[in-house]
Design a protein around this ligand. Structure first.
Ligand code: GCU
Length: 385
C-alpha cells in the first residue's frame, strides 16, 4: 500500500478525505495474488468477491426457502389515479417455520402486455412522513412501468433491538449470519421469483432501486442476482455506493454505521472501525459485481452525510471492470444539486435508455469532483477487453 507523501497531503488538505487514505483495493487481484486478465478470470474473481462481501460485511444471502407461494389481495383502483394497486403476500415455509412478506404491485389502469418493473422496498403502515409514498398518480405507471413495493420490515425489522425477532431470522433460525441489508435484498429476489411469470411483468426488464438505506439494499440485491437488469441505488452512501476508505467532509463512516445501524450488516463488521485499510474489499467492488449489467447511482452534492464525492470514486473505480466486460457505457452516475432527495425521473430516464435506447440527458455521467487518481493507481494498468 502506498502512502501519499506529506507534501502532497498538505497541498490537498482543502479536499482531503477525513478517513485515513489508502488505495482502494485492486479488484483485478485474486486473494492468492494472481491477476485477472480476461472476462473468464473476472467470472471467478466475481465469485470470490461475492464470498468476501458476505463473509466480511453483509453476512450470507439466505437461501431460497423450501416452500413459497403468493397470495393476492383485493385490487385497489381508487387510491392511485390511473393505476391499479394489487396487494400481495409472499408466504414462505422452511421446516416448521413460516414467514409472510407483504408487498404491492402497481400497474397502469389501462393496457395489456408485459411491462418493465421497478422493485423497491420500504416500510408499510404507520411510518414517518418522509418515508411515505406521496399521494397522487404513480410516476412509474405514468411512464409505462409496473412497480413493486416490498415491506422490508417483514424480511428484517428496521429496528436495532428487534431486527432479529422475526423476518428471515424466524424463517431460517439463528444459523444465518446476514444483517438487515442482505435480508432486504433476499426479499427482492423472492419477489422476482414470485412475479416472474405474472402476465403483466417482463421478467427480463427488472429494475431494482431504493433511497438511502434502501438504496444500499438495492445495490446488494443487484450485486447478488443476475436476473436484475438495472440497479439504481439512490443516495446510498456508507454501506452502499460510498467507499469506507474515502470519506469526505462530515460523511458517514464505518464507525457511524456500525454504531447505530450495526444490525444492517454482519455482526462483527464493527471490528474494522479504525482499520478500514485492512478491509479485503471496498464498495467499488460491490458496484463491480453488478457488471456488465446496467447500473447508475444518484447523488446529491448537498447530501454530505451520504458521501457523494466518495461515491464518484467508487464509480470511477468500478468502471475498469465494466470496460473489461465491454460494458463501459452501462455504468453511470447522476449528481443533482440537492440534499437527501431521490429522483424517480432520473431512474426512469436511465431505464428508458437501457431498455429503449432513448438518449440520456447530458448530466448523466458528468463528474462533480476531482478524480483522486491516487486512490486507484491500478486502474492505469487494468486489463482491457
Ligand atoms: C441514516 C444512516 C444512513 C442512511 C439514512 C437513511 O442517516 O446513517 O446510512 O442512509 O439513515 O436511510 O435515510
Amino acid at each position: 500500500m502506498r502512502i501519499a507523501p506529506l507534501l502532497a497531503v498538505t497541498a490537498l488538505l482543502a479536499t482531503a478525505p477525513q478517513q485515513a487514505v489508502a488505495e482502494l483495493p485492486d479488484p483485478f487481484i485474486f486473494a492468492d495474488g494472481t491477476r485477472v486478465t480476461d472476462a473468464d478470470d473476472w467470472a471467478r474473481r466475481r465469485e470470490e468477491l461475492k464470498e468476501l462481501f458476505q463473509r466480511v460485511e453483509y453476512g450470507h444471502l439466505p437461501p431460497k426457502p423450501e416452500r413459497a407461494a403468493i397470495e393476492w389481495g383485493e385490487p385497489d383502483t381508487e387510491s392511485t389515479p390511473g393505476a391499479t394497486v394489487k396487494p400481495f403476500a409472499m408466504r414462505f415455509g422452511q421446516g416448521d417455520a413460516k414467514l409472510v412478506v407483504n408487498g404491492r404491485l402497481t400497474l397502469p389502469a389501462e393496457g395489456a402486455g408485459r411491462l418493465p418493473v421497478v422493485i423497491q422496498g420500504g416500510w408499510f403502515g404507520d411510518v414517518p412522513a418522509r418515508f411515505k409514498r406521496p399521494p397522487g398518480p404513480s410516476p412509474y405507471a405514468a411512464r409505462g412501468y409496473a412497480s413493486v413495493e416490498i415491506n422490508y420490515n417483514d424480511a428484517a425489522r428496521d429496528d436495532s433491538k428487534r431486527c432479529r425477532e422475526g423476518g428471515v431470522y424466524q424463517l431460517f433460525g439463528d444459523d444465518i449470519d446476514c444483517g438487515g441489508l442482505m435480508a432486504w435484498a433476499w426479499s427482492v429476489h423472492r419477489a422476482i421469483d414470485a412475479l416472474a411469470n405474472h402476465d403483466r411483468i417482463n421478467a427480463s426488464r427488472v429494475v431494482v432501486s431504493g433511497h438511502s438505506r434502501w438504496g444500499k439494499a438495492a445495490l446488494v440485491a443487484g450485486a447478488f442476482d443476475e436476473r436484475i437488469a438495472i440497479t439504481v441505488p439512490q443516495h446510498s452512501g456508507c454501506g452502499g455506493a460510498a467507499p469506507y476508505r474515502y470519506v469526505f467532509g462530515k460523511a458517514e463512516r464505518l464507525e457511524n454505521i456500525t454504531g447505530k445501524y450495526g444490525y444492517w450488516l454482519r455482526p462483527g463488521f464493527r471490528a474494522y472501525v479504525g482499520r478500514e485499510e485492512e478491509l479485503p474489499i471496498d464498495q467499488h467492488e460491490l458496484l463491480a459485481l453488478v457488471a456488465p449489467r446496467w447500473q447508475m447511482s444518484t447523488e446529491g452534492t448537498e447530501d454530505t452525510w451520504i458521501n457523494p464525492e466518495g461515491s464518484q470514486l467508487s464509480y470511477l473505480a468500478a468502471k475498469p471492470v465494466y470496460e473489461l466486460l465491454g460494458a463501459g457505457d452501462r455504468l453511470s452516475i447522476r449528481f443533482r444539486p440537492v440534499g437527501h432527495v431521490p429522483s424517480v425521473e432520473d431512474l426512469l430516464d436511465f431505464a428508458d435508455h437501457a431498455f429503449e435506447g432513448k438518449s440520456l440527458p447530458e448530466a448523466f455521467g458528468r463528474l462533480e469532483y476531482e478524480r483522486h487518481a491516487e486512490a486507484t493507481p491500478w486502474a492505469a494498468v487494468a486489463p482491457t477487453k
